[in-house]
Every structure is written in structure tokens, then in C-alpha cells.
Design a protein around this ligand. Structure first.
Ligand SMILES: Cc1cc2nc3c(=O)[nH]c(=O)nc-3n(C[C@H](O)[C@H](O)[C@H](O)COP(=O)(O)O)c2cc1C
Length: 202
């Protein structure tokens, strides 16, 4: 079957793309509004895109035409955010923070999560998440109703027991969640990960 993208509505393209480009990690983003209100929401159009400079990318939509989601608005106005990684333990709470709460609502409080101070940015980290990435806005590229947020990574917090002596985080210990299409997710765990070394030249 060959699908001509031009023949599809945006909703159909979304379904196709999000069930083909899998699994996607979830950036659980904490921000603070100009008025000091905490905000937390998940985004799976998310990728690490460069190590030098250290950049990540998140694609955030609009609530309605011309009305940016709170996370986008806060990053635009304050220039700072934290990406918290989502593990099995906080899956339900992550889901709860995706509800379209009013801007005045603090999702940390709604979901019963603990905000803890970051080192160099104002937005707090999620204590219940084992990896927090403090970011500064590098660039926002606005395309139609989407904001492509490029974040420069300033600080990374990892739980002590998950960083190994080679500098890698032991993903299998983390139980990180991956997003698939629709309401489907996968679990990155020891049982379903494996090693594949790059071939030698000779
Ligand atoms: C797992 C998951 C992934 C999501 N990924 C995205 C995404 O990549 N981009 C987006 O605009 N919304 C995404 N959403 C929806 C937002 O989380 C939702 O619109 C949220 O209310 C935005 O909150 P805010 O207005 O506080 O920023 C996702 C929701 C879930 C549950």
C-alpha cells in the first residue's frame, strides 16, 4: 500500500506518523509561568538532536489556532525548562498531567508530584523522576500551529545508581517508558533490550 501524504488530513497523518516512528521517549516538561505558576506536561515528539552543542528538540502544538500550549508559552516568555524522563512508576501521573488544565493550575499539585529546585534554571524538577535535564531555550521555530523548541542542555541530574563507569546510564535499570501509536506504550527493561556491537572494519 502506498499512501500519498497529500491526500490525508492532519489527524490521519498524525496517526500514521506516531504509530510508525516508534518508540518515542517522553519529555515531561516542567516550566514556570511569568506569574510564577508551575506547569508540567508530557511531549513525545521529542528527540536528542546534537551533542556538540548539546541540544534536544520538542515539538509543541497549540490549544486552538493562535493559542499556544502553556509549556510553549512559558518557554517563550521565560527561556527555561526541565525535561524529566518518564518511568513505569510515574506513568499514571504523567498521563494525568496531559489534561488540558487552565494556565493557572499547577500540575505538580494536581498529580501529587514533588517539585524540587533545579541548579541553574527556575523551573523545578520532578523528584519522582530519576533523570532531569535542565535546559535553556536555544531557538523556537514556529511552523504553522507548531512550535519546534530547541533546548540547550545545561545540567543533567541522574540517580547515582544508574550511571555506569563508562559514562552511560543503565537504561535497563530505569524502566523508561516509550510511546507508541494511540494509547499504546512500551517498557524498556532488561528482558527486551540487547547488545549489538558495530562491525569491525577488517
Ligand atoms: C504521552 C503523551 C505525549 C504527548 N506528546 C505531545 C507532543 O509531542 N506535542 C504536543 O503538542 N502535545 C503532546 N501531548 C499532549 C499534551 O501533553 C497536552 O496537550 C497538555 O495538556 C499540554 O499542556 P500545557 O498546555 O500545560 O503545555 C502528549 C500527551 C501525552 C499523554
Amino acid at each position: 500500500m502506498e499512501i500519498d501524504i497529500k491526500s490525508l488530513e492532519p489527524k490521519q497523518i498524525y496517526k500514521l506518523m506516531t504509530s510508525i516512528i516508534v518508540p518515542r521517549p517522553i519529555a515531561w516538561i516542567s516550566t514556570v509561568s511569568r506569574d510564577g505558576i508551575y506547569n508540567l506536561a508530557p511531549f513525545s515528539y521529542f528527540a536528542g538532536i546534537s551533542s556538540d552543542p548539546p541540544l534536544l528538540l520538542v515539538s509543541i502544538g497549540s490549544k486552538s489556532p493562535g493559542v499556544k500550549k502553556d509549556t510553549w508559552k512559558n518557554i517563550e516568555e521565560t527561556g527555561e525548562f526541565v525535561v524529566n524522563m518518564v518511568t513505569e512508576d510515574v506513568l499514571e501521573k504523567m498521563n494525568q498531567t496531559s489534561l488540558p488544565y487552565e494556565s493557572e493550575v499547577d500540575e505538580f499539585r494536581e498529580a501529587g508530584l514533588t517539585p524540587i529546585p533545579s541548579s541553574v534554571v527556575k523551573p523545578p524538577r520532578v523528584k519522582e523522576s530519576p533523570v532531569n535535564i535542565e535546559c535553556r531555550r536555544f531557538q523556537i521555530i514556529e511552523i504553522g500551529r507548531m512550535g519546534l523548541i530547541l533546548g540547550e542542555i545545561l545540567k543533567v541530574h541522574v540517580r547515582d545508581d544508574i550511571l555506569n563507569d563508562k559514562g552511560y546510564v543503565d537504561t535497563t535499570k530505569l524502566k523508561i517508558i516509550g510511546r507508541l501509536g494511540g494509547a499504546n506504550y512500551c517498557l524498556i527493561s532488561g528482558e527486551n533490550t540487547f547488545e549489538l556491537r558495530r562491525p569491525d572494519k577488517e
